[in-house]
Design a protein around this ligand. Structure first.
Ligand code: C2E
Ligand code: MG
Ligand code: MG
Length: 745
């Protein structure tokens, strides 16, 4: 508040000074009071700022206020003491105080800059030299021309009075240099300081001229240049940004300003030098020297700019190149795609090419071989592509193509060609490798008209190609399906952690007159909070492809074991069959997990049966065999599920460590109507028995089938005709109303 009042007073004093001038009141007491106050107040305002803000700029403002206050005090002294002397001396103690302003100002400027400019580039320093040299040179021409001492002047008088323009030149040079060091930012502080000092220099120049010419009194407006100059300096202190790093606080100067200002100044200096040479010593030698320095700095600056432009170009190229393959990188790819979309092509295609099983190459042969392969793939792709197609390595084993002017047909032809090229073996130091790739293509404008959409669709298409082992997939029509899949996966992940999986149980009975229950099969369902009960065929494939099956089986096994425990506790000694997936048979930890579950629920191994489909067994036969051997060794019963739908050879069946064969319902359900199915059922029963296995018939839907199975000697039956899969409570009731065979059955 008090500060605002002080500023209002200063404004009022300036107006009063103008009024004094306009009304020709010079020499009155009022004019003297106004003038001395208006000289003193700006320095005091800066001192107030230094006092109030104990920040790092305090010292700088301390010096500035000291200089400005000395200036004000000098005036008071001159007004009270020197003014009335006759003759008025050319030099007095007031000059000492006036001149003290300049070193104080210079120190303040250095302190302000030192904190704000931690590290300066050579270019910034050169800009500083150009600016300070040029401004000093140009300002020195008119200012030094005013130094024209009268014959009576003493040496001290000449030196002291010449010191004003010289100091103005130095300060102007310093200020412009400082501005250059700040990167020519349009900061209010610097602008106000420059304006203030420009007024100072103007006043000094004119007053010197008048002094040498012996004109007294001076016109009143000269005083105004100094008082307004001081006010501008006080304003500069008020507006100085106080946070470090905001050297300038203002907006960074545009390219135009940062090149035009030093170039303009250097050109002016050059003009000065040329004019000086032609007009024979027009300018003082000091000005020519300063101009020469500025021009030399400008030449150096130009050389530096050319060098850094070259380095920038190289860095830009490097930043857009993939180190390993020398191809364009993702950044280049993205920029190029934006440009191509913005261009005039009526259509374009974007493709993602991902190598299949590249991870295995890395794992088996090491990263060096992997890197060599990527380089060779890059070279081969480049050679196979027509001109105008941009090839980039987007990361890992993923490459991207931008095919301007290509519709789906054109892109398809190009991709078929590169897939063919890739299939030729790659001769690596240790091994010849065959590489396959999955490619997804998105076409502009059909699949999208902006970069993110096109890239997303190409990516989704690439994943679809990978999952479907298709090699090449177009994005069109894929998105909804892919989005649904991603949503389901996300929901399944949360569903798993929230325990949304539930088990239904389907009884298995011994085929015979009594239909004794010999076990139940646990079948998983997903109790979805919105979609209701979801059956396994609708989510297990997705879970498997996203590597979630381990978690699903773990959840199912836990639920099943808990249920067995509870049935056993209720006096229902039932065994439960759980279905396994392919990832379980690849997981060396799996037997240990099963063992720990049995231990946790205190169950005999015979209470658990594990079912593995024929196709799962065949996916990774050797691993499966070893793991099943381990599980069987623990006393757990094993069954081959859906038997007859895969193609397990008889030799393989002979060595499989399993107890039961579950004949697929495709044969069982038709065995009463189709003699060929009946023959298959009959012979499979015999085969199983001859291998020491029991046969379980799936999909028994009626009594006729059951009777036929009985006739063929089938051991166990399961199907809607006996009981549908039901939740645990219903199954418990069903079990209570049926006779249960002993666990060993
Ligand atoms: P699966 O192991 O062969 O299970 C038998 C499937 O046949 C069950 O379908 C069952 O409801 C159905 N089914 C039983 N009797 C009849 C019948 O008389 N007629 C007909 N038409 N169908 C019958 P669901 O429950 O939909 O399971 C389908 C498949 O999902 C299972 O085939 C199994 O391969 C898999 N599956 C189920 N639960 C799990 C699990 O917890 N883990 C794993 N890895 N797979 C599971
Ligand atoms: Mg099964
Ligand atoms: Mg089955």
């Amino acid at each position: 508040m008090r500060r605002a009042v002080a500023w209002w007073i200063l404004g009022g004093l300036l107006l009063a000074q103008v009024a004094v001038m306009a009304l020709s009141l010079d020499g009155t007491l009022f004019a003297g009071l106004v003038l001395n106050a208006v000289y003193l107040l700006p320095g005091l305002l800066v001192a107030g700022r230094a006092w109030r803000n104990p920040g790092p700029d305090r010292a700088a403002f301390g010096f500035l206020s000291a200089g400005m206050t000395a200036y004000g005090v000098a005036n008071v002294y001159w007004y009270l003491v020197v003014r009335d002397l006759d003759p008025e001396p050319l030099v007095s103690p007031a000059d000492g105080m006036w001149l003290a302003f300049y070193p104080c100002f210079a120190v303040a400027l250095v302190l302000l800059l030192r904190r704000r400019l931690p590290r300066l580039s050579t270019a910034a320093w050169l800009d500083g030299v150009i600016a300070s040299g040029a401004v000093s040179a140009l300002v020195s021409v008119p200012l030094l021309a005013t130094v024209d001492p009268s014959p009576q002047a003493t040496l001290v008088g000449v030196v002291v009075n010449a010191a004003y323009p010289v100091c103005d030149i130095v300060v102007a040079g310093c200020l412009l240099g400082a501005w250059a060091l700040c990167g020519w930012r349009a900061e209010r502080t610097i602008i106000l300081m420059i304006a203030g000092m420009a007024l100072f220099a103007t006043g000094d120049a004119f007053s010197m001229m008048l002094i040498w010419q012996g004109i007294d009194p001076w016109p009143a407006w000269i005083e105004l240049t100094w008082t307004i100059g001081l006010t501008l300096l006080a304003l500069a202190a008020r507006h100085t940004a106080s946070s470090p790093g905001s050297a300038a606080g203002g907006q960074p100067a545009g390219m135009w300003v940062s090149t035009a200002v030093p170039s303009g100044l250097a050109l002016l200096c050059l003009a000065l030098l040329v004019y000086e040479a032609l007009a024979d010593h027009l300018a003082p030698p000091v000005s020519s020297c300063l101009a020469g320095i500025a021009v030399a700095a400008a030449i150096l600056r130009m050389i530096l700019s050319v060098r850094s432009a070259e380095a920038l170009g190289a860095a830009r190229r490097q930043a857009r190149t993939d180190d390993l393959t020398g191809l364009a990188n993702r950044r280049h790819f993205v920029e190029h795609l934006d440009l191509t979309i913005a261009g005039s092509e009526p259509c374009l295609s974007v493709a993602f090419v991902d190598l299949d099983r590249f991870k295995e190459v890395n794992d088996s042969f090491g990263h060096d071989v992997g890197d060599s392969l990527l380089r060779m793939v890059g070279d081969r792709l480049r050679a196979a592509l027509p001109d105008g197609v941009l090839l980039a390595r987007l990361g890992g084993d993923e490459f991207g193509l931008i095919m301007p002017g290509c519709d789906a047909g054109g892109a398809g032809t190009i991709i078929e060609n590169i897939l063919r090229t890739l299939r030729e073996p790659f001769a690596l130091p240790e091994v010849d490798l065959h590489v396959d790739a999955s490619v997804g293509i998105a076409v502009y404008p059909d699949d999208g008209t902006d970069r993110p959409t096109l890239l997303r669709r190409a990516d989704v298409a690439m994943y679809a190609a990978k999952n479907g082992h298709d090699g090449l997939t177009f994005a069109t029509g894929l998105d909804d399906q892919a989005r649904a899949r991603l949503t389901m996966l996300e929901e399944l992940r949360t569903g798993l952690s929230r325990g949304e999986l539930v088990l239904h149980y389907q009884p298995k009975v011994l085929v015979g007159a009594a239909l004794e229950v010999c076990g139940v099969e646990a079948l998983v369902r997903w109790q979805h909070p919105v979609r209701g009960l979801i059956y396994p065929d609708d989510f297990l494939y997705t879970a498997e492809s996203a590597d979630l099956m381990r978690h699903v089986t773990a959840a199912v096994l836990d639920l099943a074991c808990r249920q067995i425990r509870s049935w056993h506790d209720e006096g229902l000694p039932i065994s439960v069959a759980v279905n396994l997936s392919v990832s379980n048979l690849r997981d060396p930890e799996f037997p240990a997990q099963v063992a720990s579950l049995l231990e946790r629920y205190d169950l005999p191994p015979s209470a658990l049966e594990l079912e593995v489909t024929e196709s799962v067994l065949m996916t990774d036969a050797d691993h499966a065999l070893a793991l099943l051997g381990q599980l069987r060794g623990m006393g757990i019963k094993l069954a081959v599920d859906d038997y007859g739908t895969g193609y397990s050879s008889l030799t393989y069946l002979q060595v499989l460590p399993v107890d039961d064969l579950k004949l697929d319902r495709a044969f069982v359900s038709r065995c009463t109507t189709d003699p060929r199915s009946a023959a298959i059922v009959q012979s499979t029963v015999q085969l199983a028995h001859s291998l020491g296995m029991r046969i379980i018939a799936e999909g028994v839907e009626d009594d006729a089938t059951l009777a036929m199975l009985h006739e063929y000697g089938c051991d166990i039956a399961q199907g809607y005709g006996i009981a549908r899969p039901q939740d645990a409570a219903t199954t418990t009731r069903w079990l209570r109303s049926h006779q249960i065979a002993t666990l060993a059955a």
